[in-house]
Design a protein around this ligand. Structure first.
Ligand SMILES: [Zn+2]
Length: 229
């Protein structure tokens, strides 16, 4: 039997707007990694009407949080399907809570012990997040959803003010990116981040602190080094 090669995995831990999505996309398109987003996965299960999807749909419709055990079942199934397909896995914003982290560690130890997990902690001040996200505009075309920034120093400015470079649709601000919403999202993030970090430390995860204010190329270089690319 052929030996299973070592699999790399990143857990991206960082505030909304810290750049997790950007670097996930780079690793997916450039290096063929796969990215787990539990939000997308929930929507997929609901759309396909799987047993897990039915449980998730029921929770959401009753205004409850989806049970962590259901989330872990879904993640387990997904990792199983993808672990041999790609050189690396990114867990983007997952585990979100301490309960999820405990169940995730158990899962790795029991079923995916070949995974080498690096926790990537994106460090960036809240004030900068608020500045970044409130200057973020998203293409209103649902098929496109390209993201731009109004910030003077940004490399993601659109050519024409308020118009998408890719499809010519009008740019808009997502509800999620409005400053009141961002402040609430940051508060939730901070509530969970420190207990998660303490848990990772206690359980000997490898933690890398990344300065997410650094230029994109620098952050990317650092991540490639950690991944051994
Ligand atoms: Zn567009």
């Amino acid at each position: 039997m052929s030996k299973i090669s070592t699999q790399k995995a990143f857990i991206f831990l960082g505030a909304p707007g810290a750049g997790k999505g950007t670097f996930s996309q780079i690793f997916v398109s450039k290096f063929g990694w796969v990215q787990l987003s539990t939000g997308d996965l929930c929507r997929k299960h609901i759309a396909q009407g799987t047993d897990l999807g039915k449980q998730i749909d029921f929770a959401i419709k009753s205004g409850k949080l989806v049970d962590d055990v259901v989330i872990i079942d879904m993640v387990s199934q997904w990792v199983d399907e993808h672990i041999k397909m790609a050189p690396g896995i990114i867990f983007d914003g997952f585990p979100r809570t301490l309960v999820q982290a405990r169940l995730f560690l158990e899962l790795i130890q029991k079923r995916f012990s070949e995974l080498v997990v690096n926790v990537i902690q994106f460090e960036i001040p809240d004030s900068l997040i608020i500045e970044r996200l409130s200057a973020r505009k998203t293409c209103s075309n649902k098929q496109c959803q390209a993201i731009y920034s109004l910030l003077e120093q940004s490399t993601q400015k659109s050519q024409k003010n308020g118009i998408c470079d890719k499809c010519g649709s009008v740019l808009m601000q997502r509800e999620d990116d409005k400053s009141e919403t961002v402040a609430a999202r940051l508060q939730i993030y901070h509530q969970h981040a420190q207990p998660l970090l303490d848990f990772y430390k206690k359980n000997n995860f490898i933690i890398h602190r990344i300065n997410a204010q650094a230029p994109l190329q620098a952050v990317q270089g650092e991540l490639e080094m950690i991944a051994g690319i």
